[in-house]
Each structure stands twice: as C-alpha cells, then as structure tokens.
Write a protein that binds this ligand. Structure first.
Ligand code: COA
Length: 159
C-alpha cells in the first residue's frame, strides 16, 4: 500500500494544486493532502478553513484526504507512515527552492522520497497569491480555483 503526502499551504487550494493531487491519486494507493500551518505566511484563511476547502475540493477522489499539520514535513510523513512526498513543479523558478527542500528533507529522513509532477502549461504560472490578488481586485479568478473556493474568496474580500 503506497501512501503519499502532497504538502502545501493551500491558501487557498487552486486548480493547479488539484491537478497535482489528482495525478498523485492516480499513481499512489492513498494520498494525504498535508495542509501546513505556515505561521510565517500570515495566511488569508485560517488552517481549519484551508483544510475544509481542500476536503471539499477533493471529495470526488476516494483515496484522498486532507489533514492540517504544524512542524516539520518529514516528521508528519513519519507520523502518517507515508514514505513519499509529491510536489508540483511549475516554471523553472520553482526548481531551486524545491531542490533545497527535497535535499533538506532527505537529510532529515532518508526514508522519505520526494517525487515531482510537472504542471501542465495552463497552470505553469498559477499560484495562490496571484488568485488572492485577482480576487481582492474584483478580477475574474473563478476559472483558476475549485468551485467551492469561489464563495470563500468572495466572502474573505467582501469584509
Ligand atoms: N499549482 C498552483 N500553485 C502552486 C503549485 C501548483 N502545482 N505548486 C506550488 N504552488 C504555489 C503555492 O500556491 C504557493 O503560492 P503562494 O506563495 O502564492 O501562496 C507557492 O507556489 C509555494 O508553494 P509550495 O512550494 O507548495 O510552498 P507552500 O508554502 O505552499 O508549502 C511546505 C511549503 C508546506 C511544503 C513547506 O513549507 C514545508 O514543508 N513546511 C514544513 C516545515 C518543513 O518541514 N520545512 C522544511 C525543512 S527545513
């Protein structure tokens, strides 16, 4: 039984994330979307809501669940008995950061392997912060996020 973690802040989950999660779910038996507290990021949505938004967005993928975590990813992977971490690779700029994270995680726990899935061209330049910026300025962001995220973003910026 191969279990993988797909980690991120997911503030909020986008269609780019969903693409990575769905592709991971077609390869691994079980996928846990690991939603990081990411206290340094000063997120728009609290952890509990980010987890709920992911759970709703992945409800049609039977082998996927979402769980929040705080602390080191490798410790959480160990706790979850997951030996694989799957990350999306978008434009070339992701490479250096992802390379550093994968190398550090490898130093921390050799049993945790990192796999990369290339983003398709339509999601190459998508990010949660771009979506938040669009939403905050009444731009058309709807096609970049799962349906359930649309009202959450509208409500967040209506305040
Ligand atoms: N589609 C769309 N957007 C994507 C994407 C994809 N396939 N892949 C990444 N992104 C975006 C994210 O939305 C995020 O956008 P934002 O900065 O505009 O919000 C950005 O790219 C960075 O994403 P990611 O690399 O996944 O970072 P993250 O901040 O979301 O999550 C963790 C990083 C949680 C995996 C990492 O910080 C972590 O492991 N934290 C735990 C502590 C730890 O173990 N640290 C490492 C050891 S020192």
């Amino acid at each position: 039984m191969k279990k993988a973690l797909v980690p991120g802040t997911f503030d909020p989950i986008t269609n780019g994330h969903l693409d990575v999660i769905a592709r991971a779910a077609s390869i691994f038996d079980e996928v846990v979307v690991a939603v990081a507290l990411s206290a340094k990021k000063n997120t728009l949505f609290p952890l509990e809501q980010r987890v709920e938004l992911v759970q709703e967005a992945v409800k049609d993928l039977p082998n996927v669940t979402a769980i929040g975590f705080d602390g080191l990813l490798t410790d959480f992977a160990f706790e979850q008995n997951a030996h694989c971490v799957v990350k999306g690779l978008r434009a070339i700029t992701d490479f250096e950061y992802e390379f550093q994270m994968a190398a550090m995680n490898w130093q921390l726990h050799r049993s945790v392997e990192t796999f990369f899935i290339m983003s398709p061209p339509e999601y190459m330049y998508l990010s949660s912060s771009i979506v938040r910026e669009l939403a905050s300025m009444n731009g058309r962001f709807e096609k970049f996020v799962p349906e359930n995220v649309v009202p959450a973003l509208k409500a967040a910026y209506a305040k």
